[in-house]
Design a protein around this ligand. Sequence first.
Ligand code: MN
Length: 199
Amino acid sequence: MAFNLPDLKYDYNALEPYIDARTMEIHHGKHHGAYTSKLNAAVEGSSLEDQNIEQILAGAGAHGAAVRNNGGGFYNHNLFWEVMTPNGEGRPGGEVLQAINKAFGSFDEFKSQFSNAAATRFGSGWAWLVKTDSGLVVTSTPNQDNPLMDVAEVKGLPILGLDVWEHAYYLKYQNKRPEYIEAFWNVINWAEVNNRFGS
Ligand code: MN
């Protein structure tokens, strides 16, 4: 199967002032576009052509760098665009809030742990909220790795992710990654996070 770059469900400028339009345009069109086309090139003619992205990621450790990096990049950005919205409500409700309270004690404690994971991921990578067999867990991964991969330290279903590569924030925030992380909380699509939690 060939993988396709998905359209965004909102305009490039819709997440302003938290994430600027130029960053969104380059991030989606160029970066995500490149991960998608390179993933297609990497699986072309191999048995991976018959697998969906989740199956490919589950075997990432054996597939080599091109599949691991571009497969992760393809999946991670698909998730990232969907867990953001121009109509962010700030705080979650529903089942995911109950699970957050159970795992972290409070939303504020979860926010603190997630922000810290994002801020302290050295170099390029992602912060994640992960649904595991033992409840919700905060973790981070390097490069384009994610918790669906067999090589991940913490494995499970990612239900919220934050891209902390410099390409995600440098035009607007330069070296101030913590300001970008703080801005992210204004654009989280908690309805989508709840959907993923329930799936
Ligand atoms: Mn990115």
